[in-house]
Design a protein around this ligand. Structure first.
Ligand code: SF4
Length: 133
């Protein structure tokens, strides 16, 4: 008799506001999705079951800028099970103004070919007007 492996998991699709409740079943190496109303949702649910990823957004220190923390995010969704380690690795980073929106702060995070990028421009500090966040 063939050795069969089967598991199932409920996943709410968040690829659009409909929020379909789906069930994804893995039978050996094949994923079957029930409850998705469109191919986009089926793709989303399969990815979520196999390799869940999220965009990670945080802030890091910036010197000589008109704000004290630079908002940054990953250039693409990052593996969910490594996000805690990523945030710990990012937290000591420090840059100097000026910084341009989209500028790469750190490339190839954890060898995933995903970069950490700035999400806003930060010019050099104007000593007369300092904004604190
Ligand atoms: S399955 Fe399709 S319709 Fe349903 S939430 Fe996902 S993207 Fe939207």
């Amino acid at each position: 008799m063939e050795n069969q492996f089967r598991e199932s998991k409920e996943i709410i699709c968040t690829a659009c506001p409909m929020g379909c409740h789906t069930v994804v079943e893995r039978e050996n190496n094949t994923l079957l999705v029930r409850g998705a109303r469109c191919p986009r949702g089926e793709r989303y649910v399969k990815e979520e079951a196999d390799d869940p990823r999220r965009i990670v957004a945080t802030t890091i220190k910036i010197q000589n800028g008109n704000i004290r923390r630079l908002p940054v995010k990953t250039s693409r969704p990052f593996p969910r099970d490594q996000i805690r380690a990523l945030v710990q690795a990012i937290s000591p980073l420090e840059v100097s103004a000026p910084v341009k929106r989209g500028e790469i702060i750190k490339s190839n995070l954890f060898g995933e070919n995903i970069d950490l990028v700035a999400t806003r421009d930060v010019p050099l500090k104007d000593k007369k007007k300092i904004t604190h966040y």
